[in-house]
Ligand binder design. Structure first.
Ligand code: TYM
Length: 337
């Protein structure tokens, strides 16, 4: 038995933020120790909303550099670009043809994003979760480490594998596709906006003050935290539903300072915002500094970065191609001679 397999990805749309890091990438780094890990930059997903072609390749490369800067090790993990492994598009098509339309129409993220797009909703936006299912199922992933917002997409991937592929095209002894499980850790799974503690931190929020990106310089981090929404009460506490901003900022401090929730709850129980915010800014700047430093070095050696992605592409393709072959066969396609 090999190590359990893990797959996950982030879209290269704009700079990654604390939510992407704490909800996803930080956990990937731990998993690579005792799992067979695959991490892709999901550039095909990035074009499901209108995109700028001049930025796509640049953002894809910079997202890959951030993966490595956050601690992914290409010796341990397969790091690759989704569009460079053509099997993703092919499996997506096969899955499309067995996925009921109404399963996609009820996806929460589709409904939210479709509202923002107005008259300009692409078929790709509706199909987003099927492509995501293809990403996961191609690698026979056991676990998919993601933030809380991806839970419904993971359930869809499981349903497609189980009900629409294995039940129809598999047999009692062998299933065609492995049914994956989400891995959503409690801590960091839902980092909220700095300007509204009831909505999640998001790349698509037009207000840049709502998020801290992994590449924000120290002064900007301090400024965003200084302006973050708070409440008039003194004494900071977790888990008070009437104080979502407090819970979020305190939670960030607990993770970023490395002190943990109990110690932070004690430290801040009597504190006012004027004392707390500089502490949070300091912890955030210190946590991001080594990532920013490594990122700069990686971006200065583009050839090396491209070599990592090339190697990742080869490793990923060999696994993905065999899954597509298996699925094609199970679905009855004429084999290639
Ligand atoms: P994306 O780029 O929107 O988000 C990437 C990861 O970051 C997590 N995340 C958050 N976690 C905590 N708090 C937040 N505020 C926050 N915002 C984002 C997301 O849960 C995600 O884990 N659809 C995926 C991309 C994808 C994918 C895949 C993931 C495509 N194919 C296959 C796993 C496996 C997404 O949300 O991207």
């Amino acid at each position: 038995m090999g190590l359990p397999r893990v797959l996950s990805g982030v879209q290269p749309t704009g700079a990654l933020h604390l939510g992407n890091w704490l909800g996803a990438i930080r956990n990937w780094v731990d998993l690579q120790k005792d799992h067979d890990t695959f991490f892709c930059v999901v550039d095909l997903h990035a074009i499901t909303v209108p995109h700028d072609p001049d930025r796509l390749a640049r953002d894809t490369l910079s997202t890959a550099a951030l993966y490595l800067a956050c601690g992914l090790d290409p010796e341990r993990s397969t790091v690759f670009v989704q569009s460079q492994v053509v099997a993703h598009s092919e499996l997506c098509w096969l899955l499309n043809c067995v996925t009921p339309l109404n399963w996609l129409e009820r996806m929460i993220q589709f409904k939210e994003k479709a509202v923002k797009q107005g008259d300009n909703v692409s078929v790709g936006l509706l199909d987003y979760p099927v492509l995501m299912a293809a990403d996961i199922l191609l690698y026979d992933a056991d676990l998919v480490p993601v933030g809380e917002d991806q839970k419904q997409h993971l359930e869809l991937a499981r349903d497609i594998a189980q009900q629409r592929i294995n039940a129809r095209f598999g047999n009692a002894e062998t299933s065609v596709l492995k049914v994956p499980k989400p891995l959503i850790l409690k801590e960091g799974a839902r980092v909220m906006s700095l300007t509204d503690g009831r909505s999640k931190m998001s790349k698509s929020d037009p207000n840049e003050g709502s998020r801290i990106t992994l590449l924000d310089p120290p002064e900007l981090i301090a400024k965003k935290i200084k302006r973050a929404k708070t409440d008039p009460e003194r004494g900071l506490e977790f888990d008070n539903a009437d104080r979502p901003e407090t819970d979020n900022l305190l939670g960030l401090y607990a993770i970023l300072s490395g002190k943990g929730r109990d110690a932070v709850a004690r430290e801040c129980s009597e504190m006012g915002w004027g004392q707390f915010k500089p502490l949070l800014a300091e912890a955030t700047i210190a946590a991001l500094e080594p990532i920013q430093e490594r990122y700069r070095l990686l971006m200065d050696d583009r050839a090396q970065l491209e070599m990592v992605l090339q190697q990742g592409r080869q490793r990923a393709s060999s696994v993905a191609d065999s899954t597509v072959r298996r699925t094609r066969e199970a679905m009855g396609f004429l084999g290639a001679s």
